[in-house]
Design a protein around this ligand. Sequence first.
Ligand SMILES: Cc1cc2nc3c(=O)[nH]c(=O)nc-3n(C[C@H](O)[C@H](O)[C@H](O)COP(=O)(O)OP(=O)(O)OC[C@H]3O[C@@H](n4cnc5c(N)ncnc54)[C@H](O)[C@@H]3O)c2cc1C
Length: 289
Amino acid sequence: MEIQNNVSLKGKTTMRIGGNAAYYAELNTKDDVDEAVAFAKEKNIPLVVLGGGSNTIFADGTIHALVVRITASAVTKTNNTVVVEAAKNLPMLINDLAKEGLDLTPLTGILGTVGGAAYGNAGQGPKGIWIDEFIISVEVFAEGKWQTMTKDDCDYRYRESWFKDNPHLNPIIWSVTLRLPEKSPEEIAEEIQRILQKRLDTQPHIKTAGSCFKAVGGTPAWKLIDEAGLRQTSSGGVHISEKHANFLINDGQATFDDAAKIVHIIKERIPEGLEVEMRFIKEDGSLEF
Ligand SMILES: Cc1cc2nc3c(=O)[nH]c(=O)nc-3n(C[C@H](O)[C@H](O)[C@H](O)COP(=O)(O)OP(=O)(O)OC[C@H]3O[C@@H](n4cnc5c(N)ncnc54)[C@H](O)[C@@H]3O)c2cc1C
């Protein structure tokens, strides 16, 4: 495993915001994970795991941490059970499985990796289907050891998990075992097209990190933001999408502070019912919100 210095993170996030990682490594084996953890411990710096960067932005300066990205993405299939390594791109997995007659369509249109999805229980809205519906177990390095956690151990809730609850244990998800419903490939392909079209009609998909907030009351986040008259809000190079009031868009030159300022404005005007979902990673490797 090679540890690089001063690696730009901007292009590694879909919103294209971020400075440089003081240390950066790509992890292709479990030994690489062990080595990375030991390196961060020795240097006494945080270890930040990055997946596809589709829900994350970094501060604009130097991130004083070891930022790691898993690159292992093998998929092993036995009947309708698949073991997927963390770096597998989720949209690609959905398409690959469709050809085999395995149905993961409820997650269509969600960007990023399988590791990122299993970390944050990615999926539909509060009453919809999330990835935990399909999860049997997760292989993870946490609390200084390798372990296989059952779905129950992962304590999944709407956009929440044991992994998110325990950042101090530095969980690194290596692979996920899924069990999937079977359907005809044609039927699945049609459903994928239907969902993608709906997303294209209702959501932006460039230079954004997806939903910025999650709703914790009954009202969807976009509706609360809209009702508060904040749809036109902008700050520097970031504005709230015209198409979807819960998506922040980078106009091209956006900074971390521009995006954070919009979150502060929304939080001030809507003190209840919203929690920040996007990962705003500060220079010291901790979360802004
Ligand atoms: C256009 C668009 C639409 C979206 N629609 C949805 C949606 O409908 N539903 C939804 O849930 N999300 C949605 N998102 C948000 C995003 O796609 C998901 O949150 C996705 O699961 C993030 O995966 P990632 O690999 O990009 O994670 P990243 O953004 O890279 O990381 C997110 C978090 O996961 C952690 N993480 C990532 N990989 C690992 C790992 N291997 N081990 C431990 N921790 C890890 C990171 O440390 C970070 O805290 C959307 C985003 C965009 C841009």
